[in-house]
Write a protein that binds this ligand. Structure first.
Ligand code: FPP
Length: 249
């Protein structure tokens, strides 16, 4: 049964110690720690990814309820092809399951789905499912939910450069906006906050160009345990930051 997600009022946000005006517009999440979560429980890594998928459902729902404009999650990097085939297959079948099962509820809640990355490498079945999810939700006006799949920040910048050349854009017309417009994230708000779970403090080729002025929140929580309390803690930490964008205070 598809669920309608609540929309938090200012008072409900306050009860969570959050203030609407101090929330990031666009959040990126590096969902790390699924493997360690599974290992701790003597389970196969695929069980960790399944638990990660459940945590992601909660993150999307909370983002919608809190009124976040855009959420971008790192689901599969260009480097993840180096993992064992069994794990890659398990991840892709989870993705198929996720889009199959969730699309109705996401659409009902006005979520707009977009894929960031080179999806041409995927099976026709997965591509069709993703294309349908994007097409079905493209006119929605709620949370912009972006799934970075076969995504790499450097490859994204290389692609943008290729597009500029292919379009014959003269060198003196190439500025930051010209590059931004040719990234997968074109048209999305600036990435205000990047969260990485599971204690690692790296960007791992995620949103390299977009992260220029992002704030970072690193939490030790493993992604399958990243619930609304852990998410709120990151949002509260973000609210305390003074963002200067290069200016003096
Ligand atoms: C990193 O944890 C996580 C991934 C490579 C995949 C993230 C995928 C999901 C959360 C599953 C579902 C996604 C969607 C969009 C349905 P890791 O395996 O590197 O963990 P470890 O560092 O503890 O080994």
């Amino acid at each position: 049964m598809a669920t309608i997600y609540p929309k938090y009022t200012d008072a409900e946000l306050k009860a969570l110690s959050l203030e609407r005006g101090a929330l990031p517009k666009h959040i990126g999440i590096i969902m790390d720690g699924n493997g360690r979560w599974a290992k701790k429980r003597l389970l196969p890594r695929s069980a960790g990814h399944r638990a990660g998928m459940e945590a992601l459902r909660g993150v999307v729902r909370f983002s919608h309820s809190a009124g976040i404009e855009a959420l971008t999650v790192y689901a599969f990097s260009t480097e993840n092809w180096r993992r064992p085939k069994l794990e890659i297959d398990a991840l892709f079948s989870l993705l198929v399951e996720y889009f199959h099962k969730e699309i109705e509820e996401l659409d009902l809640n006005g979520v707009r789905i977009r894929m960031l990355g080179d999806t041409s490498a995927f099976s026709p079945k997965l591509r069709e499912l993703m294309d349908n999810a994007v097409e079905r939700t493209k006119n929605n006006h709620g949370l912009m939910f972006n799934v970075a799949l076969n995504y790499g920040g450097r490859a994204e910048i290389v692609n943008a450069a290729k597009k500029l050349v292919e379009e014959g854009v003269p060198a003196d017309e190439i500025d930051e906006a010209a590059i931004s417009d040719r990234l997968y994230t074109s048209g999305l708000p600036e990435v205000d906050l990047i969260i990485r779970t599971a204690g690692e403090k790296r960007l791992s080729n995620f949103l390299l160009y977009q992260a220029a002025y992002s704030e970072f929140c690193f939490t030790d929580t493993l992604f399958p345990d990243f619930d609304s309390n852990a998410y709120c803690a990151c949002l509260k930490e973000y609210a305390l930051r003074t963002r200067r964008f290069g200016r003096a205070l």
